[in-house]
Design a protein around this ligand. Structure first.
Ligand code: CP
Length: 337
């Protein structure tokens, strides 16, 4: 049974096929009835604009029926774990997923990192529990550790923009934010760029390294695809000659030791890492990327977002096309690209 929990669930040939299908869907704007009679339950434990809208529409475009569940907002709040359910949550995730799996042919799940339980976040425990309870394929709509739907859309946006991205330079740049944020998107962006064979530089202040396991995996992936992965604590040096700047705020491992409020204050102070036109001028007319939502004037200046070199809206558009390709794969609809 195909689950899409992380990038590694899509072998290279499948990944390339899905990229081709995503490009096909963007070029043709095609609606099909290939998934007529199928349905997908979309369980959002955290907010979303792009993932929710694009996943619902992707299902409709293929002739399938989506149903969206937002626990605690019109449906029962969900409990996790083994403790007696004496709190507000009326339903355990085990029953909720068991029921949805009997209604639908796939389940999409968004469950962000807790940022309080390091081991649970590192092992993607919440997503794992859902996969275990589900008898149908599960699609990760952003978990504690990975955002594979974003990753495929980002790869499609890059290949459309740059052509062959091998050997091109992508800077994954940390950016400031008033709140502590998870690492799922930067983890996925890093693996995506490594898989495309790009020269990747992770630019981040001291204390904001991504996980050693993710960095090691990215380096191994890059070595197989002819790319490279390095790190820099100097944003100016990192940006020099970049073809792509992928900006994202994320928390360092210290967030698990410090109360979130303290971490938030620390993040907000580091305004000199904001993406500005001055920084973008160091690039080789680099394209700006961000998964969205993005805080203008905090993460990035408005003039960067409004530059003709910014491709964040193309990224967002590709969410729809890429997820149509993913649903085809999940449901075994192997059209040729
Ligand atoms: N990039 C992304 O996943 O957007 P949403 O949080 O709005 O779904």
């Amino acid at each position: 049974m195909p689950n899409l929990t992380s990038w590694s669930d899509l072998p290279d040939d499948v990944w390339q096929h899905c990229l081709g299908r995503a490009r096909h869907f963007r070029d043709t704007r095609e609606w099909t009835s290939g998934a007529k009679g199928k349905s997908i339950a979309l369980l959002f434990l955290n907010p979303s604009l792009r993932t929710r809208a694009s996943m619902e529409l992707a299902a409709h475009h293929l002739g399938a029926a989506p149903v969206v569940i937002t626990p605690g907002q019109g449906t029962w709040g969900l409990a996790w774990g083994e403790d007696a359910m004496t709190g507000d949550a009326a339903e355990h995730v085990h029953e909720a997923i068991g029921v949805l799996a009997r209604y639908a042919d796939a389940i999409g799940v968004r469950t962000f990192a807790s940022l309080t339980d390091y081991d649970a976040d590192q092992s993607d425990a919440a997503l794992g529990a859902i996969v275990e309870a589900s008898g149908v394929p599960v699609v990760n709509l952003e978990s504690a550790k990975w955002h594979p739907c974003q990753e495929l859309a980002d790869a499609a946006a890059i290949t459309e923009t740059l052509g062959d991205p091998r050997g091109k330079k992508l800077v994954l740049s940390w950016a400031p934010h008033p709140k502590a944020l998870p690492q799922a998107v930067p983890n996925s962006a890093l693996l995506m760029a490594a898989r495309l064979g790009m020269e990747v530089v992770v630019a981040r202040p001291e204390g904001f390294s991504l996980g050693t396991d993710v960095m090691d995996l990215a380096k191994k992936t890059a070595s197989l695809s002819g790319g490279s992965v390095t790190e820099s604590a100097d944003q100016d040096i990192a940006f020099a000659g970049a073809d792509i700047v992928y900006a994202k705020a994320w928390s360092g491992a210290l967030v698990y030791d410090n109360p979130e409020e303290e971490e938030s204050r620390r993040l907000a102070r580091m305004d000199d890492w904001r993406i500005t036109n001055r920084l973008m001028m160091q690039t080789d007319r680099g394209h700006f990327m961000h998964c969205l939502p993005v805080r203008r004037g905090v993460v990035v200046d408005a003039e960067v977002l409004e530059s003709e070199d910014a491709i964040h809206l193309l990224q967002a558009e590709y969410r729809l096309h890429a997820q149509k390709a993913i649903l085809e794969w999940v449901w075994g609809m192997g059209s040729e690209s």
